[in-house]
Design a protein around this ligand. Sequence first.
Ligand SMILES: [Zn+2]
Length: 510
Amino acid sequence: MKRIIIVLFFPFVCFGQSLEEAKEFEKSITAEDLKRHLSIFASDEMEGRETGKEGQKLAAEYFTNQYLDYGIPFIDIASGYKQPYDLIERKNEGITIYINGKEYNYFNGFYSHTGMKDETLLFHSLVFSGYGIDGVKHNDVKNFDFKGKAVFILDGLPKKMEDAGWEQKLEKKVNFFEKKKASALFIISEDFKAYKNGLEKYANHNKMMLAKEYKENQIPVFITGKEMFEEVFSGQLKYKKEKKNAEKSPSKYPIEKKGTLKIVAKGNIEKLIGDNIIAYIEGTDKKEEIIVISAHYDHLGKKDGIVYNGADDDGSGSVALIEIAEAFSKAIKEKNLRPRRSIMIVAFSGEEKGLLGSKYFVNSPEFQFERCMVNLNIDMIGRIDKEHEGNPNYVYLIGPDKVSKELKEISEEINKSNTNLELDYTYNSDDDPNRYFYRSDHYNFAKYNIPVIFYFNGVHEDYHKPTDTVDKINFEKMEKITRLVFLTTWQLANKEERLKIDLKDEDGNN
Ligand SMILES: [Zn+2]
């Protein structure tokens, strides 16, 4: 018997989708599916998914195959689901610095964030310029001739200026000395040993940057310790004393001395292409407004033939995206339930190289800030940290109240009435020494005052090691967090009003 379909005429069109309806599709997000995806996604075949390399391309294929399977249509801003972007890789094949007959080797006596090309630099004019920020305030620094010289400056800021944003201050210093045409910049770290230990994992990694940000004549920047500083000024300047002076009377600087410093660098440059992967779920009556759900799918690649699987970092977030994409496409296919706002599910690459993929994405002509209502970012939700041993039922939320308090309220409501995870705000505090808020892709959205939530389970002993493998993942907990992200997205996508943005006062507080 044929079913008779009666078409009723409603006096108004109701686009709104209730959260009750979402619950049916939430069920398609399962620990079993997450495990199935991650077992492939974080396998040795994916070669650690390093940005621009073969493994990353294979991982991109994996997304493509899933999304095709779910029937998600391509959008015009991508080619297929891919948003390709150009990268430059600077290969560091060795830098040695010679001072007074002493030899300093890369990573032992200094470290470089910028890398160098094949070149030898010889300096006879050596300058110490205090904290290196005084140029903004003191005319004697502004008018000083730094051209062609090697400049040493202190890391950080003098106490009275510590309010400046931590991630911008180094950039500001570098920009200043680059503009002044200095030829090398050395930042003296208070505790180079500790600094170096924190970077051990990256020591031999090549430097990658967006091609559009690559400058042929970029000033090489080195981080070093007090030992090299005192050596280069032949003992005439002592670190402790100069630091005190720089704090008290910054106008004493810069000081210039004669000496000899030679840098011998071997390096070369390679062009690569990174890909962000975008699944776009078009909305209905509010489709011009966009919700971005993200995770980064790149990891560290392989070193000496050993694969860094990155099952937790951030294979966990990547497969969560796949499951969320499936849930939304099911809702459309099976019940014609389309969200009111559009949803962009974006897997970023380039994250481990300095949030490059998300930086490219937010600055690409295809992305319009005004349209983006919120970014929900997932990075490392598969493990349990020391603080929660024996209690997997938690997730750290970072950022939810920083731009919009309403976002935090909604997120809490959804959790309370559905998922019931313990929401831990430990790392949400502004003075969190780990600075997690700045360390994943959501930061590139928050920077432009777009509300964000960063979902995170904390670090563990396998963080950035080859032992971050799939057998150590807690999939039940991952299922809960992925469902929470899905339901929160659903609610945000269908609410009547756009999220309220809290304006910041002069002190930058909400
Ligand atoms: Zn990560």
